[in-house]
Design a protein around this ligand. Sequence first.
Ligand SMILES: Nc1ncnc2c1ncn2[C@@H]1O[C@H](COP(=O)(O)OP(=O)(O)OP(=O)(O)O)[C@@H](O)[C@H]1O
Length: 242
Amino acid sequence: MTDNQGMADRGIAMTGVELRLGTHDFRFDCDLPRGKIIAITGPSGSGKSTFLNLLAGFETPDHGCIMLAGRDATRLHPSERPVSLVFQDNNLFAHLDLFTNVGLGISPSLKLSADDRQRISGALARVGLAGFDRRKPGTLSGGERQRAAFARALVRDKPILLLDEPFAALDPGLRSGMAELLTALHRETGNTVLIVSHDPAEVRRLADHAVFIDDGTIRLSAPIEHFLKQDGIPALTTFLQH
Ligand SMILES: Nc1ncnc2c1ncn2[C@@H]1O[C@H](COP(=O)(O)OP(=O)(O)OP(=O)(O)O)[C@@H](O)[C@H]1O
């Protein structure tokens, strides 16, 4: 196999990626497996959101290269990247109903074909929100809003799903329900899922592979069995114990 074929096969790779934000320096190198659920962990302020922002294109590296689904994405605009996003505050537009909010995942100008409209209704049904098409986000519970954000990510149908603490604002019962929904959707789509999580139990339950970021760089990236057993990184041991 040539190097190029190797790269094409990979989910996400960063090579010599460097970024300075204010007085903070970040340096990332990684090669993450395709089609897996990958947990991004690390202390507060270590660089987890920055790592996701680089993948999403909200930050551009000063140096280095980012490959996404076999394609050089280093300088691509966020809208051109093969990713969909679910963030903690779920970013729904309060004045638009759910059907329209989800439709924005397909087309920012809302030029929707009959097939698109079916996909939107299908995605709402898939996350348990059938019949919610005309509801505004303000009339929904936190869990329902987060499911609507999932539906919007689903209709985008991209090979990489980025989630930045998507369940942080939910109570424990809802959190585990959403984690089950995420694994069910992952099984159906086979996409690569990156999820930032502060919760070791969630990491154990969900992840196939895990990354530990500390002080702006990746200290460990390993399959979950190996990740959970390591004992050479005190900050990771502390994280896994709480
Ligand atoms: N635009 C910016 N300008 C200056 N500093 C920044 C900027 N963005 C992030 N930082 C700093 O970089 C560090 C890493 O931030 P980041 O949000 O990536 O951490 P995190 O691991 O996601 O933290 P948390 O778990 O608390 O959400 C923080 O100290 C943050 O204040």
